[in-house]
Design a protein around this ligand. Sequence first.
Ligand SMILES: Nc1ncnc2c1ncn2[C@@H]1O[C@H](COP(=O)(O)OP(=O)(O)OP(=O)(O)O)[C@@H](O)[C@H]1O
Length: 291
Amino acid sequence: MSSQKNFILVVNPISGDVDKTEITEIASGFAESQDVNLIIFETTGNNDEVAIQKLQEKNKAERIIVVGGDGTIKMVAEAMKDHEVILGIIPGGSANGLSVDLNLPSEIEENLIIAFQNDYMEMDMISINGKKSMHLSDIGINAELVKNYENSNVRGKLGYALQAINTLTGLKEPFRAKIETKNRTVETEARMVVIANSQKYGTGVTINPQGVMNDGKFEIVIIKNLDLIVFGKILSGNMPIESGDVEIISTDKATITTNVPVSFQIDGEYCDEVTKLEVEILPNQMKIAIP
Ligand SMILES: Nc1ncnc2c1ncn2[C@@H]1O[C@H](COP(=O)(O)OP(=O)(O)OP(=O)(O)O)[C@@H](O)[C@H]1O
């Protein structure tokens, strides 16, 4: 009987509009050099979760390496939530929010070493109205931007920049938010309320400097005012946490209500408007190989 280890490579062929042939070839060569039997699975967008579960039951892979964006990573994490398996990531989406947040390198070879060999972290997730968030979700101006971006036909960084101008110039009135946790209640005017498991967006902008993905807690980052000075400080990596413009609450459970329906996004995916969010930490949800 062969003593070779099995790994599964889950490839999303359409994510990030990038052809994955070369990545798949490099990964196959790397697996061979490591004496790993690599089973390649291409997603179809239909029942992938069940197909991956069946593949794992049959092959008992030690690791599942995902080539895709946040949507694909989340789908595999969900499929594997009751299995003892380590996930590795080869960034292959359009924004790669989680990969940026995990400080994954840009070279495929470096990512292969991490995904195949490195130690892992047992990452928390956050349940928001019953949906799972891996890293950053929010209501308000950024979610509005995500919505405008999804509805536009200019992709990539230029698309984001154009929609940022569009969103900022069409800015609505601030909304009122009530944030209730075990220990305190905050009622305030806000431009944006972030529910953060981690630190930074796929653009590299740090929104929650104290975010730790495996501490059993999440942060609620309330941006009360977003004038150009505050905006500039956030963009340049200097969150004005000592000012009255920003407040951060660390907790494991919260209810957020707003006075008007506000745009809502989870991990870069627009999710409609909401007036109430029930938020709760889900500890140790996925084992993920890290640098
Ligand atoms: N073969 C396929 N054809 C069409 N859609 C697919 C296929 N495989 C997966 N999908 C869809 O791809 C989406 C997930 O894409 P993912 O989020 O990983 O990439 P992305 O949107 O490019 O990246 P990011 O989240 O980083 O912006 C899911 O909606 C899934 O249904």
